[in-house]
Design a protein around this ligand. Structure first.
Ligand code: ASP
Length: 351
């Protein structure tokens, strides 16, 4: 009888521990953004609204697939960001904004929260996926940040796909440059060599009305092993000059991750102000010293706004609860987790 009882107890203990193990299945979580700004319901047609949501869903699915199959937070971030770099809807990779000289100069960064390794690039003109170049700097060079032709040469040496600069051209962004320069009374440069002929990109979605937004893209993730990572990619700001670089590739400004603090951040907004407020690092420092993640994110967005800069951030925490904060009327964003259905949002008042 005593033997039978102890057998039952063992069986119960086994069932209980199996149930516990299932409850405690490693959690993964992913959040992405496609830029913040003046994005109101009245400025998007139903078709534009739907196209943006579908684009975000595609990027979210790519990153989620990595995490679902046990991949790393860094792989997931890269997968999601690359989908948006390829999508002309966003100001990153193909579809990036133009400099005043009529070029696309691309910036990106990645950071691993588990060991504080980071890589970034600025002013790329021929590397198809700037986020992959940032990762190569992190993993395959002794450096953290490479710029300009040297950075493209490094990416090419690392085997990353190189393209003609005209690959990044979109009519929509070109017209945005023409408008910005004309309004500022500055000369409009000649159409880039190899650019699609006017009208050839009619199939691409038209820009939203009264568009004033930052179209930078980014992703933050927690993987099933508890590692946090962040990545961001951008074309910067329309009509930028003199080799201007924004917050995106500045580690601690637009991109940061630290498992010790329990935080991964990707930002979008007025880069100059996000650099001065060291937004991404400060959010992590606040969380590391026990400020609630949403309060930490809001405090930094408010600080950048006080300096004069608008924008938004996405934050991933070690519990896998994403935080979105913005000082704009909208931010293209989406999130998914192992135990939470995917959600996509655009306007500030959406959950
Ligand atoms: N933060 C980017 C920059 O200043 C712009 C953006 O978010 O779209 O380069």
């Amino acid at each position: 009888m005593r033997i039978a009882c102890s057998g039952l107890i063992a069986l119960f203990a086994l069932c209980f521990s199996t149930a516990q193990a299932q409850d405690a299945a490693p959690r993964w979580s992913l959040a992405i953004h496609g830029g913040a700004g003046v994005i109101e319901r009245s400025s998007l047609t139903p078709e534009q609204d739907a196209a943006s949501r579908a684009a975000l869903q595609g990027a979210l699915d790519a990153g989620s697939a990595v995490l679902k199959s046990g991949g790393s937070a860094l792989d997931a971030v890269q997968a999601a960001v690359q989908v948006m770099e390829d999508d002309p809807l966003f100001n990153a990779g193909r579809g990036a904004v133009f400099t005043a000289a009529g070029r696309n100069e691309l910036d990106a960064a990645v950071m691993n929260g588990s060991d504080l390794t980071a890589g970034s690039v600025a002013g790329l003109t021929t590397t198809r996926h700037p986020v992959a170049a940032a990762r190569a700097v992190m993993e395959r060079s002794p450096h953290v940040m490479l710029i300009g032709p040297g950075a493209d040469a490094f990416a090419a040496q690392a085997g990353l796909e190189q393209v003609d600069p005209s690959y990044f051209f979109t009519e929509r962004r070109w017209q945005g440059l023409v408008k910005a320069l004309t309004e500022a009374g500055q000369p409009v440069p000649p159409r880039p060599v190899g650019a699609a002929i006017p009208g050839a990109q009619a199939a691409l979605p038209a820009p939203p009305l009264n568009e004033k937004k930052f179209g930078t893209v980014g992703a933050v993730a927690l993987d099933a092993q508890g590692r946090l990572a962040a990545g961001t990619s951008t074309g910067g700001t329309t009509a930028k000059r003199w080799g201007r670089v924004g917050d995106v590739p500045v580690i601690g400004a637009g991109t940061y991750a630290s498992n010790a603090d329990g935080c991964a951040v990707s930002a979008t907004g007025d880069g100059e102000y996000f650099i001065r407020a060291t937004v991404a690092r400060d959010i992590c420092a606040r969380i590391g010293s026990a400020t609630a993640p949403d309060a930490a994110a809001q405090a930094e967005i408010d600080e950048a706004r006080t300096l004069g800069g608008l924008g938004g951030v996405i934050v991933m925490t070690t519990t896998g609860a994403p935080v979105f904060a913005m000082s704009t009327s909208g931010m293209y964003r989406a999130a998914a987790a192992s135990d939470t259905p995917p959600r996509v949002a655009i306007y500030a008042d959406e959950p």
